[in-house]
Design a protein around this ligand. Structure first.
Ligand code: HEM
Length: 488
């Protein structure tokens, strides 16, 4: 017993010394705050890491390092540093840091989001690029999205004068858009919260919540093996439940004849010869990654429009000039430059994944003359880059006009605007997301006026911290709608 106690004390002391003596500069890591023993810089994170990281970048520079528990993390916070990570060293920094809760073996193996850039990942990316998100496929499904936008308008008209949690309606509409793009079915019933595929809705919701919750094992991977808090087990269970729902659908589809098939993702993937497990994993991930990010962007768009009536008027004027009395369609979007500038400006200030998805160094490499060790986690602070006064004139002011005379775009080549990331792991859903975000914003502006509920003022909306990600605990955006003349 005594020997065991001595061993434990000695081990703890050595661990303590290791953390105390560790100094990033000795390893030629990028500079950063000195870590505390064991916890590293965890206590400095606060509840909005993107903002804390932005402050650290001001002190330590565009590429800094810190310790989150036992994990070494490097953060890139300028367009030049982002280009180093996402372009120059893209291949070597293309690993993903897989959150401990999501390390469910079968899931990671089939995942596009979490797997290495291996053959499976290449196959899934190819399917996305050549089958699902081609201009032809996107165009062929535009009527589905336009139809769901019309249903949203019909539902919101029935709520005229009431206080509406707008993001819930937008989220429901997006989930139905995805349900129909993927397997030609609605998931939500906007009119009846107990209707639709309640089961699937609940599983998806649970999964998104799990994705947003903290797992201590992410900071102390040594704990990960034991899944002490049962988070990995819980994720595995929900994934299985989701696959079970989709699995039934796939079985039905395999039995269908050619004439009965739909023009949806399931058909495309079955025709591409993918196995059920791969199809399930891909569809679930497209659903998961696409809905929350897009709903959050639209929520921010409505927030900014609520604060800036002049911007609403400009979008409306453009709609009148281009679309006239007709319902706005996706084919109109290329002719609406102000609307597009508005969406860019929303994503500049409010990227829904502010630190992108964490990357991992596959090998030790040198970036901007610093050493990035193998297995180090790399984050890119897209939020800070979008607000950097060195890059943007009057950065905190919401001004879509800044994009009217500029070629800067979010397609991964302009590192000052990277809400969708860049390099080989750039968001494959970008072409689809930009399409339906613009469509829904235009549809709302065309059909409604809105204001905040009585007693709330727009100055409350200027608090960045208050109105945040859709599914987190922050209060949702409440609005009262007034219908405009019908365009539907
Ligand atoms: C406003 C909407 C969206 C934003 C801002 C967004 C942002 C991102 C970001 C930052 C990444 C990581 C990129 C990197 O590592 O460099 C990503 C990856 C991904 N996104 Fe999106 N996304 C959006 C919508 C969508 C949609 C609609 C879909 C699919 C229908 C989608 C599917 C994916 C997938 C599958 C990945 C993983 C790619 C990989 O690791 O290879 N996203 N997204």
């Amino acid at each position: 017993m005594e020997v065991v106690s001595i061993a434990i004390v000695s081990f703890s002391f050595l661990l303590f010394l290791f953390f105390i003596l560790r100094d990033p500069r000795q390893k030629n890591l990028p500079p950063g705050p000195r870590p505390l023993p064991i916890v590293g810089n965890l206590l400095q994170l606060g509840d909005k890491p993107r903002a804390e990281f932005a402050k650290l970048a001001q002190k330590y520079g565009q590429l800094f390092s810190l310790k989150l528990g036992s994990q070494t993390v490097v953060v890139a916070s300028s367009p030049a540093a982002a280009a180093e990570v996402l372009k120059t060293h893209d291949k070597i920094l293309s690993g993903r840091y897989v959150f401990q809760s999501f390390r469910v073996k079968e899931h990671v193996e089939n995942s596009i989001v979490w797997s290495e850039c291996n053959d499976n990942w290449k196959l899934l990316r190819k399917v996305c690029r050549t089958e699902l998100f081609t201009p032809k496929m996107i165009e062929s499904q535009s009527e589905i999205r336009e139809g769901k936008a019309r249903e949203m308008v019909k539902f919101l008209r029935s709520k005229e004068g009431e206080v509406v949690k707008i993001v819930e309606v937008v989220f429901g509409t997006l989930v139905n858009i995805f349900g129909n793009l993927i397997f030609s079915k609605d998931v939500f019933d906007l009119e009846d919260p107990t209707g639709g595929s309640v089961e699937l809705k609940e599983h998806l919701w649970k999964l998104l919540e799990m994705g947003n919750s903290t797992n201590p094992a992410d900071y102390f991977p040594i704990m990960g093996k034991y899944d002490l808090f049962g988070q990995r087990r819980a994720v595995a269970d929900v994934l299985q439940q989701i696959y079970d729902v989709w699995g039934i659908n796939l079985k039905e589809r395999r039995g269908m004849k050619g004439s009965e098939s739909n023009n949806d993702f399931v058909d495309v993937l079955l025709n591409a010869g993918l196995e059920d497990q791969k199809i399930n994993a891909l569809l679930m991930e497209l659903f998961g990654t696409g809905t929350e990010t897009s709903a959050s962007t639209i929520e921010w768009a409505i927030t900014e429009l609520t604060k800036k009536p002049l911007v609403v008027s400009k979008i409306r004027l453009e709609l009148v000039n281009v679309v006239g009395d007709n319902t706005v369609k996706e084919s109109d979007l290329p002719h609406l430059p102000y609307l597009q500038a508005f969406v860019k400006e929303t994503l500049r200030l409010h990227p829904p994944t502010p630190l992108l998805l964490p990357r991992r160094a596959l090998e030790t490499c040198t970036v901007m003359n610093y050493t990035i060790p193998k297995e180090c986690q790399i984050m890119v602070n897209a939020w800070a880059i979008g607000r950097d006064p060195k890059t943007w004139d009057d950065p905190l002011n919401f001004k879509p006009e800044r994009f009217l005379s500029s070629d800067v775009d979010y397609k991964g080549n302009d590192f000052e605007l990277i809400p969708f990331g860049g390099g080989r792991r750039i968001c494959p859903g970008l072409p689809l997301a930009s399409q339906f975000i613009s469509l829904i914003v235009a549809t709302l502006v065309q059909n409604f006026e809105w204001s905040l509920p009585q007693g709330m003022s727009t100055s409350e909306l200027s608090m960045d911290e208050k109105f945040g990600l859709t599914l987190q605990k922050d209060p949702p955006l409440l609005i009262v709608l007034k219908a405009r003349p019908s365009y539907i």
